[in-house]
Design a binder for this molecule. Structure first.
Ligand code: F3S
Length: 424
């Protein structure tokens, strides 16, 4: 791979060990993928931030000596940084998790821990993101360009401010080759299940999807997460919706999808918890959830939900940050429907949601926190959770043989109804 003089100096270690290692990672990946050169990136997003998943490997990050060259965000961590005691997180886990966060922050990485960095700002050019759901959403819906980075390559790209030019950074590699014709009205949680089906079928082929009606941003998020949960493909196109949907010159296969193909994901268990926010809820989803809770409360004639109910979101969406490294949201975002001062408004909505007995946690999620391992049957609107909750294990605790949770996939409305009535 061609390197500029400056890149060569970094590769040879003239700018220190950390930058040298980062360059070596990028060059190795570039060579393996026949990349011609490195290209500049607008931002990076690094996964592998929960102590539950990375364990003591964070000590390696703590030894790095450098600063990220572009705005860099982190994926969810193992706890809400302000309310971890309320989550039942142990002092020991919290101490280690805060050390992980401190290690990343010392590199100049934002303490914003969320899997929806695209709701904080929407880059249009080349980026280096890990977290499959965010990668797929960024490529498909925003029109940014990123390969499916792993945590080390995303961190290396963040430190160098560049990534190898290959894969989804190149226009010709972004065309669809398989078409899905959906012969049914699908909505809400169906998109997560549909995404999982697409991921299983396409593997690494890029799909073009024809839908009967226009999906919402929330549904596109669920679609992205579902595809990422089962497939290796980094993007999709939706006819008439996504910015590059016309990139479909060589369709090799057309697959018809009926409603019976999608809506068949139910476990036979009694839900002991409801989880919404995988991927993290955006502002419009929080507002919709509040309206659903309000309506259902009126029908149920009771003030609070009957079972544990958790919602996950990004802190800066609900509160103005005092952390200078935290990126500002794109305030003109159609995605968030935001305008000046909306953080206060959203904070009030979160307070109102919590009055129903629902807990809204930031920085974390159902899968990457140990706090939710005690549940055995989760009702959710997330296809990704359908895939990952059964794999949840008590990796660091005593109960290493414990199985993960079973999952019941329902629409957000059905989850709310169940929360108040204990039946659908
Ligand atoms: Fe995000 Fe956690 Fe789901 S990282 S996509 S909420 S598993």
């Amino acid at each position: 791979m061609y390197l500029t003089k400056d890149e060569e100096r970094a590769y040879d270690g003239e700018y220190g060990w950390t930058l040298q290692k980062a360059m070596q990672i990028l060059v190795t990946i570039g060579d393996l993928n026949n990349a011609e050169r490195l290209i500049e990136i607008e931002s990076a997003h690094v996964s592998g931030a929960s102590y539950k998943t990375i364990g003591d490997a964070y000590e390696f990050i703590a030894r790095l000596d450098g600063r990220v060259a572009v705005r860099t965000t982190l994926n969810p961590i193992g706890m809400d940084t302000e309310r971890w005691r309320e989550m039942g997180i142990s002092e020991d886990f919290a101490r280690k998790q805060l050390s992980v966060l401190a290690a990343y922050k010392s590199l100049g990485i934002s303490a914003e821990c969320t899997c929806i960095p695209y709701e904080l700002s929407q880059p249009k050019g080349h980026i280096a993101w890990s977290e499959s759901s965010a990668v797929i959403f960024a490529n498909s819906v925003i029109g940014a360009r990123t390969n499916m980075e792993g945590a080390p390559s995303a961190l290396a790209a963040a430190l160098v401010g560049k990534t190898p030019l290959y894969g989804l950074h190149i226009s010709e590699n972004r065309a669809a080759t398989v078409k899905f014709r959906v012969n049914a009205e699908i909505s809400d949680a169906d998109f997560g299940a549909f995404g999982m089906l697409i991921g299983e079928i396409t593997r690494d082929r890029i799909p073009l999807i024809e839908l009967r009606s226009q999906p919402s941003v929330s549904e596109l998020k669920q679609l992205s997460a579902g595809i990422g949960a089962t497939g290796a493909v980094g993007m999709f196109h939706v006819k008439g919706i996504t910015p590059e949907a016309e990139l479909n010159k060589d369709i090799e296969e057309v697959i018809d999808i009926e409603s019976s193909d999608i809506m068949c994901y139910d476990a036979c268990c009694e839900p002991d918890v409801i989880a919404i926010g995988c991927p993290h809820c955006g502002i419009s989803e929080l507002k919709q959830l509040y309206e659903m809770l309000r309506r259902e409360q009126a029908h149920a004639h009771r003030d609070r939900v009957r079972c544990d109910f958790f919602v996950f979101t990004a802190r800066s969406l609900i509160r103005s940050s005092s952390d200078p490294a935290t990126p500002h949201r794109n305030t003109s975002s159609q995605m968030t429907g935001s305008n000046g001062g909306i953080n206060n408004e959203t904070e009030r909505i979160v307070e109102k949601i919590e009055r129903f007995g629902v807990k809204v946690f930031c920085d974390t999620c159902f899968v990457v926190s140990p706090a939710f391992e005690r549940f055995s049957c989760v009702m959710t609107n997330s296809g990704k959770l359908l895939r990952y909750a059964p794999l949840m294990r008590d990796r660091n605790g005593k109960d290493r043989n414990r199985k993960g949770a079973e999952v019941i996939l329902k629409s957000t409305e059905e989850c709310v109804r169940y929360a108040f009535h204990s039946h659908l």
